[in-house]
Design a protein around this ligand. Structure first.
Ligand code: AG3
Length: 281
């Protein structure tokens, strides 16, 4: 039996059995493995870190899409940076209010390989006429585009390899430039119990650019180490304070079902445990 060993931290690894390996190769940019595991189903790992699994991807993708879109209340244009597996686009496109999604992915092989080996993750999103797929460096894109969006979702890897620039202050400034005034930026910010620097750094780099910077949390089994933190940045302070009742009405109007996201989980997600809150001090 072969094992996939993830070393998220020099003092912590997690092992997943590779019951069947479908693909293992270096793309031009990253080291990519796709394998089957009896607990999680099909797994995608990049540069030695699990990115998504058929079994638990819904938690991450639902939280990072529906929280900003429903908090915004009238999001029609959404920008996704990264997200090559297509799971984020799939969730965003469930919103009837969303008329246009731009997805900027740097590594075209991730898209191709996920479409072939993990089709249930994108579930048709790449064929949706509202999706505009751009193969480009996300950091350069936000500095160059003349378009503006209501919600920007950073569906990135951790700050290693090609994903590193997506955690820089310069990138956050670029994102701010591409948001409409009431827009919301959300980010993948790692598992703070193991990677507290990700939260500290992003908080420090986001606060110069936005009136409200905060995090919300969810627990994703394959992202070992407890709760994952998602960054939240907007100039519209009312968005984070939207009541459960108002969110529930918007969710009902949107008219689709979820497996993790609920209006209660949405609002509760902003309640940070003290060990995370202290990282923002
Ligand atoms: N990208 C986020 C992977 C985070 C892994 N980090 C960790 N385990 N601390 C997910 C991409 C899904 N579209």
């Amino acid at each position: 039996m072969e094992w996939f060993e993830e070393a998220l931290h020099p003092s912590l690894t997690q092992r997943l059995s590779m019951d069947r390996i479908l693909f293992r190769e270096k793309t031009d940019l990253q080291d990519l493995v796709i394998f089957d595991n009896r607990i999680f189903g099909r797994v995608l790992a990049l540069d030695g870190i699990v990115q998504t699994t058929e079994g638990d991807e819904f938690i991450y993708h639902e939280m990072l899409s529906h929280v900003p879109i429903l908090a915004h209340g009238a999001a029609s244009r959404v920008l996704i940076i990264g997200g090559g597996d297509g799971g984020m686009a799939r969730e965003v496109l469930k919103h009837p209010s969303v008329s246009a999604v731009t997805m900027v992915e740097i590594d075209p092989s991730v898209i191709e390989l996920c479409r072939t080996h993990l089709p249930s993750i994108s579930a048709g999103a790449f064929d949706d006429p509202r999706l505009d797929l751009v193969i480009y460096d996300g950091a350069a894109f936000v500095e160059e585009t003349n378009d503006r969006w209501d919600v920007i979702i950073i569906d990135s890897t951790d700050p290693l390899g090609p994903g590193e620039v997506l955690f820089s202050e310069r990138f956050y400034r670029g994102c701010k430039r591409c948001l409409v005034p009431s827009g919301i930026l959300v980010t993948q910010n790692g598992v703070p119990f193991v990677q507290d620097q990700q939260v500290t750094n992003s908080y420090r780099r986001l606060t110069p650019h936005f009136a409200d910077v905060w995090f919300f949390v969810a627990t994703v089994p394959t992202y070992q180490g407890g709760q994952m933190a998602f960054g939240w940045a907007t100039d519209e302070i009312a968005h984070r304070a939207t009541s459960t009742h108002a969110i529930a009405k918007r969710f009902q109007t949107a008219g689709f079902e979820t497996r993790y996201y609920t209006p209660e989980v949405h609002v509760a997600g902003f309640a940070l445990p003290a060990y995370i809150k202290i990282l923002l001090a």
